[in-house]
Design a protein around this ligand. Sequence first.
Ligand SMILES: [Zn+2]
Length: 169
Amino acid sequence: MATKKHRQELIKMHNHKYSRHYTTEGYYCFYCGDPAEGLDHVPPISMIDTMPYEKRKKDRIPAVTVACCSECNSALSSRRLSTVDDRLMFLESYYDAKFKKQNAMWSEEEISELGFSLQKTVRAKQEKLQRYIHKIRGIQRRHTMVETHPTFEEHPTEEESLKYASKTD
Ligand SMILES: [Zn+2]
């Protein structure tokens, strides 16, 4: 488990390998569409060491940062998912599992029969369920909008260092 400090060091060391991936929607989570609160590194910063430029080029795996909400960010944490596609698939099942775990549907009549504090609890739970549904829809929508996904682009400085490395071999 990487500490926060260790993570900062990794970011400092590897950040130049990533390019920022923008969408026309603005500062919203690339995955679920909620307001973004930070950036997600794809592939994760903890993995980039194991994915040298040469390999990423061969497999056409872009190294990008995308806007991300805090919930998706912490769900992904440092999971070894190297593309936005893999990350979208993971997040969909993640929120789906959360939804199913919490999903005990109450009818309005049943709720009105509950005591006040229990009513509050049930309503809060239902709001949470709505949020999961909203996120899952956003994720599914993004998954199909492949034209907005990042694609591999050649990175001039890394390209250069690669040439240099092969010359010295
Ligand atoms: Zn999100």
